[in-house]
Design a protein around this ligand. Structure first.
Ligand code: AMP
Ligand code: GLY
Length: 422
């Protein structure tokens, strides 16, 4: 088969790495890819949101299956465009992807179908929102309705902070039209988990639960990022809790979307808070997580092409997932300054030495080749991922690999996986 993967991050490197192990593969393309991906397949210089160019390429190269990494092409309708031309593509349609691209839609769906989530109210008018927050308890959570690259959520400790957040989102339009509506939401306490499932719209198959590390500094301090590290399994998800999440959240959501005339296929990713009252949804994403995908792909034993093809063909009920029992974890190495303005073009050394370690894979994200030298080119640069028997061994191995890699200003969290030890 000829496969096209859309995207250029660590998530896409992990997907390509796993697909490259499949016996079904003739050729793998990635658009636009990165230097790590270029070692496994051919990178094409088409941007991940240039749907017409991607479609033209897929037709010309007789692509048998396209796999979409990021949310933007999904929310722009890449799946609808490909399917119109009879091409197979893994991911939800534009309508179904609204579960991520409109938090207001997701919240209303959850409310209507009794899917557990934080209490909330939606506002179009800043004045109404300001009046409402006066009567609320703090902390309170304020969210822009639309996509905001993970930055549209503000946890407000006081009424003043909440007013500032409303001003930023609704008046200054920091996230453009994404801030036309806001969700004001109850603050939930607990441990956060990324729960991903693959679905063909009928069967819903859970992937191994993961824990992400959102903030840039150790001890969950500093601003939120796309994710600074992830591990799997997440010990907080017991087999009983996993079943509860499937029965109260994942299966009802897929059914609800079908009932609303938006049948969902692809990855349904629930960001959950495990509260004292049970698991509640913080948000849904319509795609694989980054960096969650890196440890998940290392643990998955199935041929990924079989799994994704079955989902696209509506035959997921025939698939049983097998996972390595070992613990996998990914430490993200980022550029100085990220998630704010960050430095670029720093020479990266030591990847080969790190990758020589057994059960270690160094996934590229923001890297580039400059005059045949590998340099930094993004906020999140590498995802150093390791597997080990038990949490501690995986942690030691991942950090042993990280210590072999250097560039000027390299940053990483030193506490990835510690929650799992506790
Ligand atoms: P979201 O993009 O909605 O997942 O929000 C980003 C981050 O904000 C989440 O990963 C949580 O850490 C935090 N968050 C979002 N909603 C809530 C909530 N209702 N209570 C507590 N924390 C939240
Ligand atoms: N790691 C968070 C995300 O993929 O949205």
């Amino acid at each position: 088969m000829n496969i096209l993967v859309v995207g250029s991050g660590g998530r896409e490197h992990a997907i390509v790495w796993k697909i490259a192990k499949s016996r079904k593969i003739k050729k793998i393309f990635c658009a636009p890819g990165n230097p790590g991906i270029a070692q496994l397949g051919e990178c094409i210089s088409i941007k991940s949101d240039d749907i017409n160019a991607l479609l033209e390429f897929a037709i010309k190269e007789k692509i048998d299956l396209t796999v979409v990494g990021p949310e933007t092409p999904l929310t722009l309708g890449i799946v609808d465009s490909f399917e119109e031309k009879g091409l197979k593509i893994f991911g939800p349609s534009k309508n179904a992807a609204e579960i991520e691209s409109s938090k207001a839609f997701a919240k209303k769906l959850m409310q209507e179908y009794g899917i557990p989530t934080a209490n909330y109210k939606i506002f179009k008018n800043p004045k109404d929102a300001k009046d409402y927050i006066k009567e609320q308890n703090f902390p309170l959570v304020i969210k822009a309705d639309g996509l905001a690259a993970g930055k549209g959520v503000v946890i407000c400790k006081t009424e003043d902070e909440a007013k500032d957040a409303l001003k930023l989102i609704m008046e200054k339009k920091a996230f453009g039209k994404s801030g036309d509506r806001v969700i004001v939401e109850e603050f939930l306490k607990g441990e956060e988990v990324s729960f991903l499932a693959i679905t063909d719209g009928k069967s819903v198959v859970p992937l191994p639960p993961c824990q992400d590390h959102k903030t840039v500094f150790d001890g969950d301090k500093g601003p939120n990022t796309g994710g600074m590290g992830a591990y799997s399994p997440a010990p907080v998800i017991t087999p009983k809790l996993k079943q509860e999440i499937m029965n109260s959240i994942m299966i009802p959501t897929v059914k609800a979307l079908a009932k609303e005339g938006r049948p969902y296929k692809g990855i349904l990713y629930a960001g959950l808070m495990i509260t004292n009252d049970g698991p509640k949804v913080l948000e849904f994403n319509c795609r694989f997580g980054d960096p969650e995908t890196q440890p998940i792909m290392m643990r998955l034993k199935n041929d990924l092409v079989d799994v994704l093809s079955a989902a696209v063909d509506g035959k997921l009920s025939k698939i049983k997932l097998n996972c390595d029992n070992r613990f996998a974890m990914c430490v993200v190495m980022s550029s100085k300054g990220y998630p704010g303005d960050y430095e670029k073009c720093k020479e990266i050394k030591g990847i080969d030495e790190a990758a020589k370690l057994k059960d270690v894979v160094v996934f590229h994200a923001g890297t580039a080749i400059n005059d045949s030298t590998l340099v930094t080119a993004g906020g999140r640069v590498l995802g150093v991922t390791a597997m080990g028997v038990g949490v501690k061994r995986a942690i030691n191995k991942a950090y042993a690999a990280v210590s072999r890699i250097q560039w000027d200003g390299a940053h990483y969290r030193k506490d990835i996986g510690e929650k799992a030890v506790r």
